[in-house]
Design a protein around this ligand. Structure first.
Ligand SMILES: Cc1ncc(C[n+]2csc(CCOP(=O)(O)OP(=O)(O)O)c2C)c(N)n1
Ligand SMILES: [Mg+2]
Length: 803
């Protein structure tokens, strides 16, 4: 249990001593875990280790200032902090190292992430939120250094929203916005753009963030000289310091081995951030790495003897120990006794964790050996099977893979043999794989009933003579309804606020809902996404707007590594139902009409990728997503905002289904699949094809991730037997993905009488202006000729050559 150290209060010496020794106990426990952890890797029990040794003391101070409801967004050095808040036991630490797949034993990620990636559970078993105000919270770490920064901004911003927007239901998430978001980052990682972008945005937005830099003067082998101007991050950030008139950051510098200064600095920082919503930067200097960077190498290779000597002397745990002795808080024997006891506890934890990690494998090994023995008895290949048996017996510490390798190989020796033991082994393999695979593959998307693909379609209903308006009006009116229906919905992006987005889809919304809910941001895509992730982690429903699809690349690292993996890497224990709104495709110019869909659909598995062909469809997607709780990217058609669309009578109700295609025109001769702006060209071409006697069935993919869960395209192929995919992405990009789904997953190849074709953009980026578009992307003539060409091949007499 953590004991609160309150320097304001007059503590009795006994309490004071107890608190200090509790901190010392945690520091030594954490260090012992690091030392033993390294050995576990070097002896081959664990794959890789990166530990918190040398950074224990500031984390104890941070833990003391951290309150329930607060959030951490940090990196792999923070095991001591987690231990101080009872969020990580030594045993769980070792389970993380071994990759135990049981979430009760390895609560960070059930072995999906290597040790040193920390997180807490925000969700109950049924997917409902826990009371986040009643627990300390840690958003789950990712490995790309500084990748934790963008979400830190959103975690801090959520407090601001909860404090200033009184209509938002805040019960489980906030108490008047009093929560601080605590960031940690290594000194070298402050070189990343994400760090500077986050610091600037936090200064602009004035959010309650305390950002600590753990400075050990190295980034693996590369010293500060090559990392940071003036070799000092707080020195060069001085311009961010707030002054009387100008808001900015409060900044502190503190030495990482100085316990009392650390405690006071952290208490002070917490008060400033918590009470006044002012961001704070704490530069924690003079930290060390007693065992070097990670288990992958040794720091003796790149640190001088003087540096190593200094690190030995200034080891924060050693300094803390000395301080305890110098101040007569405890005597040498008492500390020695404590250290001895801790060493024993950690060794026991390690031993127990290893035994627990192995136990299910060992149990199954015995079951499998039994099956293999009876298999050997029944088979003419007994000698070979016995060899497998003996090899397996020799594996004293079996992994799951050892069992499967043996069993699957054994099945090869009994091919074609008819005896019950073969069937039993087959069944064992199938069952073991069925039970084991989800341990590694579940929770890419929600596995709960609220999964977005289960939200029922509500089609638009039109009156006899519907009003026709610009597409952007449909979107705007739908956003208006959403803002009034869901107080947690917020939208923000470049030009999204005062002018109501560059295409006026949010016209007048800021005036109506205020500058916090409909907000302008700086030009900084990564942290726009980070705002969304952080706020979504804390119960809000953000819509992050990326002005144009082409610029999403700036935010793609955060989307891919952080958002898209979040549910997966926490095994469903945290969620961030962020909607990313962007617009793109088929304008004219390299950076305004890109279609990086091949990249996007592969990098963002774990999100929904939706490509509505018009604004009514887009509005329906927003409505569907807000009924569920999963992250998605909606790409609106950039050239569709001014196209007229009929206004549905049930605008507020419409829901575009996710994972379903739409057969927009039935036909007999061939199936054309496309999406987005290009689909509208396909619609026009379908009419032109009719004029020459070709009856095309045209299908709007509309949802790329996931695509056509009901296999409607292969149903269409049963009728037409011919397939053309039209896509404005590169050759082999999104069209190849669609083809793989149709041919392989849907078994569409069975129904084809002609080779399937993809018609794509040219391999270069789209050139500027109308002719640039015509010669870069599939145009109406290209589509017509591709479809015609397929029909010419089948019925040359009816369709003589065109070109
Ligand atoms: C984006 C990215 N680039 C490179 C790496 C490989 N890497 C892992 S840790 C590290 C050094 C980080 O140093 P620092 O930020 O000072 O943290 P420290 O380990 O010293 O605490 C590097 C280069 C990474 N994980 N992510
Ligand atoms: Mg460093």
């Amino acid at each position: 249990m953590k004991i609160q150290l309150d320097p304001e209060k007059d503590l009795s010496f006994k309490d004071f001593k107890e608190q200090i020794l509790e901190d010392y106990r945690i520091a030594v426990t954490s260090r012992e875990c690091s030392l033993l952890g390294r050995r576990e890797v070097l002896t081959g029990k664990a794959k890789f280790g990166i530990f918190g040794d040398g950074k224990e003391l500031p984390q104890l101070a941070m833990a003391r200032a951290f309150k329930n409801g607060d959030f951490r967004s940090g990196y792999y050095r923070d095991q001591t902090f987690m231990m101080a808040l009872d969020l990580l036991t030594p045993k769980a630490f070792f389970h993380g190292l071994y990759a135990t797949t049981d979430l009760d034993k390895e609560p960070m990620s059930a072995g999906r992430q290597m040790g040193g990636h920390f997180g807490t559970h925000s969700l109950n078993e049924d997917g409902s939120w826990k009371d986040l105000t009643a627990q300390p919270n840690s958003s789950p770490d990712i490995s790309p250094t500084a990748g934790q920064m963008p979400r830190l901004l959103g975690l801090a911003q959520a407090s601001k929203m909860y404090r200033e927007l009184k209509d938002i239901p805040s019960g489980l998430f906030s108490k008047n916005g009093n929560e601080v978001a605590w960031g940690t980052i290594g000194n070298a990682s402050t070189s990343e753009g994400h760090f500077f972008e986050t610091v600037n945005a936090a200064g602009v937005m004035q959010v309650p963030m305390v950002l600590s830099v753990w400075d050990d003067e190295y980034g693996i082998s590369v010293p500060a000289k090559y990392q940071t101007t003036k070799e000092n991050i707080s020195e060069i950030l001085k311009g961010f310091q707030r002054t009387d008139g100008d808001p900015g950051f409060e900044m502190f510098r503190v030495r990482g081995w100085d316990y009392t200064s650390l405690i006071h600095t952290y208490e002070n920082a917490a008060d400033i951030a918590r009470e006044s919503h002012i961001p704070v930067l704490i530069h924690v200097m003079e930290l060390t790495q007693p065992q070097g960077h990670s288990t992958s190498g040794s720091h003796e290779r790149y640190k001088s003897e003087e540096r190593l000597e200094w690190e030995r002397e200034f080891d924060c745990n050693l300094k803390f120990r000395q301080w305890i002795l110098d101040n007569n808080i405890a005597a040498e024997e008492e500390l020695q006794g404590l250290e001895k006891q801790i060493r024993k506890e950690v060794r026991t934890a390690k031993r127990e964790a290893w035994a627990e990690f192995l136990q299910p494998h060992r149990t199954q090994k015995q079951v499998l050996l039994g099956l293999l023995k009876s298999l050997a008895e029944s088979s003419p290949n007994k000698t070979f099977i016995n060899k497998l048996i003996n090899d397996l017996i020799a594996v004293e510490e079996p992994l799951k893979r050892h069992l499967l390798i043996t069993a699957r190989k054994a099945l090869r020796y009994v091919l074609g043999e008819e005896h019950p033991s073969r069937i039993t082994l087959q069944k064992w393999v199938q069952k073991y794989m069925e039970e084991t695979q989800p341990l590694y593959s579940s929770h890419l998307y929600s596995e709960l009933p609220g999964n977005a693909t289960r939200i029922e379609e509500v089609a638009p209903v039109y009156g006899p003579e519907p009003r026709k308006v610009d597409g952007r009006i449909i979107l705007r009116d739908n956003f208006d309804l959403l803002f009034s229906r869901y107080p947690q919905v917020l939208i923000f992006g470049e030009d999204s606020g005062a002018i109501g987005d560059v295409n006026q889809g949010l016209e007048g919304m800021q005036k109506k809902y205020g500058p916090l809910r409909v907000a302008d941001t700086g030009i900084r895509e990564a942290t726009i996404i980070g705002q969304g992730i952080g706020m979504a982690l804390r119960g809000l429903r953000p819509i992050a707007e990326i002005q144009y699809l082409d610029y999403i690349l700036y935010g793609l690292q955060t989307l891919s590594d952080d958002l898209a993996t979040l549910l997966y890497r926490t095994v469903g224990k945290q969620k961030a139902p962020l909607i990313v709104r962007t617009r793109g495709h088929r304008l004219e110019g390299i950076w305004h009409s890109g279609s990086q869909m091949g990249g996007i659909i592969h990098l963002l598995r774990g999100m929904y990728i939706l490509v509505p062909r018009n604004m009514t469809k887009a509005a329906g997607f927003y409505n569907t997503l807000l009924k569920s709780d999963e992250p998605a990217l909606i790409i609106e058609s950039l050239n569709g905002y001014r196209l007229k669309e009929p206004v549905p009578e049930n605008l507020s109700e419409i829901c575009t289904p996710i994972g379903k295609v739409e057969v927009v025109k039935a036909g007999q001769d061939l199936t054309i699949v496309s999406y987005g702006s290009t689909f509208r060209i396909v619609q026009q071409v379908a009419r032109e094809l009719e004029q020459v006697g070709i009856d095309a069935e045209i299908i709007d993919a509309q949802s790329l991730l996931p695509f056509d869960l009901d296999h409607q395209v292969s149903d269409s192929l049963k009728k037409t037997n011919r397939l053309l995919i039209v896509d404005e992405d590169m050759p082999g990009g999104c069209s190849a993905y669609l083809l793989q789904k149709i041919l392989e997953e849907q078994n569409g190849y069975q129904y084809l009488d002609s080779p399937p074709r993809t018609l794509t953009a040219k391999a270069h980026r789209p050139a500027y202006a109308s002719d640039g578009d015509y010669f870069s992307k599939p145009n109406a003539e290209d589509i017509f000729e591709a479809a015609y060409g397929i029909m010419h091949e089948v019925r040359p007499a009816d369709f003589p050559p065109l070109l």
